[in-house]
Design a protein. Structure first.
Length: 260
């Protein structure tokens, strides 16, 4: 693990204490409703109809895993490098008696066998922690059985540029769409380095891993609205989230080498 990933892990171990402090609220939320947003439900419905085995990369508090099982998944394996997050997620899943199992591991490099997943699910603040999207996409592709799907519902790569001014949307002068990264100043903060990639780079990483892109969509609403903030940038004029659905070809070719 490189220095910045180690630093990010430490930042997440601290930040994930929130999942422990708010254990009961999150348990109630997981029991009483679905954390999947309508955009996800619409795209995932046909995939969940066949009771897939799901691998969730960067599973965090695990609420999405409970929702995926409730919506039809046979089982979910969540992977996260935060022991605090994975332990709290496992405790909640056990208490709710849902088929979710958690592994503590740094990604990419999921400690699971090739082709074990019908569906690899990730997003909601996951990709920004991956400095090498090519390696991330190859790991996701490796986990998928032939004809298995990769589903990403993520913060739009333009989001680091949006100021949170309530009166009108503004671009932060200290950010660039084409920057490689910046230090996170919201959550988990603590000096964590957030990596940036353009939408084109994300799509090309998935294509280079040998997956077929089935659908890409950009949406105006954010997936995360920190309490007390009502930013003008979230009111419909600007992209704040995107979804990507890709498929492993029926006969998977050897994983493509990264471009030089
Ligand atoms: C914003 S959270 C999103 C998680 C999940 N989608 C959710 O909604 O709870 C990002 C998660 O990625 C995890 N993470 C960040 N970098 C990672 C890495 N290199 N390997 C594994 N997990 C990582 C963090 O511990 C954190 O739980």
């Amino acid at each position: 693990m490189d220095r910045r990933t180690r630093h990010n892990r430490a930042a997440w171990e601290t930040a994930s204490q929130k999942h422990v402090r708010e254990y009961q609220e999150l348990l109630d939320e997981a029991r009483d409703g679905s954390s999947l947003v309508a955009r996800e439900e619409e795209l995932l419905r046909p995939l969940l109809a066949s009771a897939p085995t799901v691998v969730h990369l960067q599973s965090g508090h695990g609420l999405d895993d409970v929702a995926l099982v409730t919506a039809g998944a046979r089982r979910v394996v969540g992977i996260d490098f935060s022991e605090v997050a994975a332990t709290a997620a496992q405790r909640r899943a056990d208490e709710l008696d849902v088929a979710c199992r958690y592994l503590i591991a740094a990604l990419p490099g999921a400690p699971l066998r090739d082709g074990c997943a019908d569906l690899v699910y990730t997003g909601k603040g996951a990709l920004i922690w991956m400095p090498d999207l090519g390696a991330w996409a190859r790991d996701a592709a490796r986990l998928l059985r032939p004809s298995g799907h990769l589903f990403v519902y993520e913060s739009h790569p333009m989001v680091p540029l949006w100021a949170w001014d309530p009166d009108e949307p503004r671009i932060r002068p200290d950010r660039s769409y084409f920057a490689r990264g910046h230090v996170n100043d919201t959550f988990p903060a603590n000096g964590a380095t957030e990596w940036q990639a353009t939408l084109g780079e994300i799509i090309n990483a998935v294509i280079s891993a040998g997956l077929q892109i089935l659908h890409v969509a950009e949406y105006p609403e954010p997936f995360w609205r920190p309490g007390g903030v009502d930013a003008a940038a979230w009111r419909g004029q600007l992209p704040n989230t995107f979804a990507l659905l890709a498929r492993q070809p029926p006969t998977a070719p050897p994983t493509a080498a990264p471009p030089r």
